[in-house]
Design a protein around this ligand. Structure first.
Ligand SMILES: Cc1ncc(C[n+]2csc(CCOP(=O)(O)OP(=O)(O)O)c2C)c(N)n1
Length: 152
């Protein structure tokens, strides 16, 4: 990997971190409704995985999925609008932090259910017709899901 590529990945990681810090301020001041699960400290995972995917590939995510949405290419303004419950958010402001979806960037949902994304990912793959240009599916999940839940 050459220097510009590495710098580009680092810039993306910074975007994820700065977004989460801004989201934290908005949540603590009561401007955004509901829960907030931050992705701070895990930026390299999202950016590293998504560097190997294109927009047409699908990612399913978790309750902690802002970083996955951004790394997959969602516009931070659209993501922030969703957290604020605004109409120009990716789900018209009705999904919020744990229910982000954007077909254009291949984000097939952050998910409040631990393991929920895994089922969507595997069933959508099984339901597709495998062709050369069939998008890849990638489910990102965490420890609790791998030790219990649908994964086992
Ligand atoms: C099916 C299901 N069971 C339980 C929960 C409650 N729950 C929300 S987050 C969480 C822990 C998730 O741990 P992990 O996957 O390791 O991610 P972390 O939040 O620690 O980053 C649990 C048990 C849930 N959301 N869905």
């Amino acid at each position: 990997m050459d220097k510009p590529e590495i710098l580009n990945l680092y810039k993306q990681m910074l975007l994820l971190r700065e977004f989460e810090l801004a989201a934290q301020v908005a949540c603590r001041s009561g401007e955004t409704p509901g829960f907030l699960h931050l992705y701070i400290g895990q930026e390299a995972t999202a950016v590293g995985i998504c560097a190997h995917l294109s927009k047409k590939d699908w990612v399913t995510s978790t309750h902690r999925g802002h970083g996955h949405a951004l790394a997959k290419g969602m516009d931070p303004k659209i993501l922030m609008a969703e957290l604020y419950g605004k109409q120009d958010g990716c789900c018209g402001g009705r999904g919020g932090t744990m229910h982000l979806y954007d077909r254009e960037v291949g984000l097939f949902g952050t998910n409040g259910l631990v393991g929920g994304g895994d089922s969507i990912c595997s069933w959508s793959w099984l339901g597709s017709t495998a062709q050369e240009d069939t998008p890849s599916r990638c489910s990102i999940f965490w420890r609790w899901c791998s030790q219990s839940c649908r994964f086992s």
